[in-house]
Design a binder for this molecule. Sequence first.
Ligand code: FES
Length: 253
Amino acid sequence: MTEQFDFTTTEHVVTPTSQEQAFSEATRAEAHAIVARYPESRSALLPMLHLVQSVEGYVSKVGIEFCAEQLALSVAEVSAVATFYTMYKRSPCGQHLVSVCTNTLCAALGGDEIYKKLGEHLGVGHDETAGEPGAEGSITFEHAECLAACDFGPVLQVNYEYYDNQTTESATELVKSLQRGEKPAPTRGAPLTDLRTVERQLAGFFDGDEPAANDGPSSATETLRGARLAQDEGWTAPAMPESAEFPPVPERK
Ligand code: FES
């Protein structure tokens, strides 16, 4: 089941009832807490969209309007942000989000093949969900641009946690275990939870599990190889000059 809608309209008016149904008093209090972190309320938009997504499983039209109301922004302004960033989803997501890197390096190392095999296994394409959204074992599937882990390619992420050096077999086994309700440990980083929990964390709420407790090893031999080589060889970067002259700024006409 998916629910798609048009973010571009600004004419839809949400009755208070629908926002009340969607967002509890507790969520409203958390929205206020997010706003209080910033000198300008509009700066709270990105974490607030994550909060909305943690509640709804995606960012609905009602969610867009909730953010607009909380931050005194227009629906169009919030829609522009929510539709720009791929982390904000426009239809209900599964318990887990599986993102396969298909950018150049990972693709060449097998990422394209992994994406194809997982799509066949799940029976869905990009940005689609296998299973009932939110139900245990349901998976939203997507291909992603470079996940900033090229030294471990091909990589995929589950709820933004890394699974490095994948093969079609290891990736398929990983997805099957998610479908069975298991939570295999990521290669590095925090333990696997589920997408809504991660969305709460991205909104800044760790529910007693403070950020430090979620830390895990984030570098490996591959990551540090260049730095180690430079150290062994005694290579250093040229010193930064005390002052540098910037090119003149062209005059505005
Ligand atoms: S190309 Fe896949 S992580 Fe960079």
